[in-house]
Ligand binder design. Structure first.
Ligand code: UDP
Length: 244
């Protein structure tokens, strides 16, 4: 059965950015100039009247799996990864506020001096006031990732879509960096993503989106202006959704 490639009408979205996007051209950490460019795109989206939630990964600083591979206890390494996501969230908050966008960071690991805890009703208030809410520390538990955090917050905040901004322009049937014949899907079902183990997000994140009927829009955030194009239904992207 075919599915439509149309961008769903959106009023509120969750934008997930992997930590690696914040590196820009660098090999590690945060490229503040590039974060400023990303913030300008987020501002432009917010200025269209869209309600925006953000989730940012931590892979540009620390990944739990990498720590575990070097002999650390996995849970301990995952907590370090969660702290990395808070650092990225604060960097994005600074960049947005420099542009005059009001933001609040809510962390799933409580850090009173630094940011708010995750409180859904408070996040609702922030969005109603036009603030961008940045959710940090994923789901707040080890053995998860910020993809799952993004799916969870998208469900909790009743977002119309989860936009996954990455370094590739969609979902392919093979790794486009390794296989030149790899084809990009316009749309693909959650079940195919899970069944064929396509690289979109973790299985738990995809399943949560499927169960809550949240379309996942995968697009390249590295190209300037792409967020606006995707939101306008004019971008190159893959939409992961249920069967029509
Ligand atoms: N992490 C975690 N629980 C969560 C979210 C993140 O343990 O709910 C840890 C995990 O170690 C992960 C790291 O934080 O590797 C950074 O997050 P992620 O890998 O999702 O970042 P991204 O790949 O999006 O940059």
């Amino acid at each position: 059965m075919s599915v439509s490639a149309q961008m769903p009408p959106v009023r509120r979205v969750l934008l997930k950015l992997s930590g690696e996007v914040l590196m820009g051209e660098k090999q590690f950490g945060i490229d503040t100039d590039f974060v400023a460019e990303l913030a300008a795109e987020v501002k432009a989206a917010r200025d269209t009247g869209l309600e925006l939630c953000l989730v940012i990964g931590g892979g540009n600083i620390f990944r739990g799996m990498a720590g575990a591979a070097q002999g650390m206890e996995r849970a301990q390494a995952d907590y370090m990864g969660m702290l990395a996501t808070v650092m990225n969230a604060l960097a994005m908050q600074s960049a947005l506020e420099k542009l005059g966008v009001e933001t609040r960071v809510q962390s799933a690991v409580q850090m009173d001096q630094v940011c708010e805890p995750v409180i859904r009703r408070r996040a609702e208030r922030h969005l109603a006031k036009g603030r961008v809410v940045i959710f940090a520390a994923g789901v707040g538990a080890p053995y998860f990732t910020t993809d799952s955090g993004a799916a969870l917050r998208a469900a909790e905040m009743q977002c119309d879509a989860l936009l996954k901004g990455t370094s590739v322009d969609g979902v392919y049937d093979a790794d486009p960096k390794k296989d030149p014949t790899a084809k990009r899907f316009e749309t693909v079902t959650y079940d195919r993503v899970l069944g064929d183990n396509l690289k979109v997000m973790d299985a738990s994140a995809v399943a949560l989106c499927r169960d809550n009927r949240i379309p996942i829009v995968v697009f390249s955030i590295r190209e300037k202006g792409n967020l606006a194009r995707v939101l306008a239904g004019e971008g190159v992207q893959t939409i992961v959704q249920g069967e029509a």
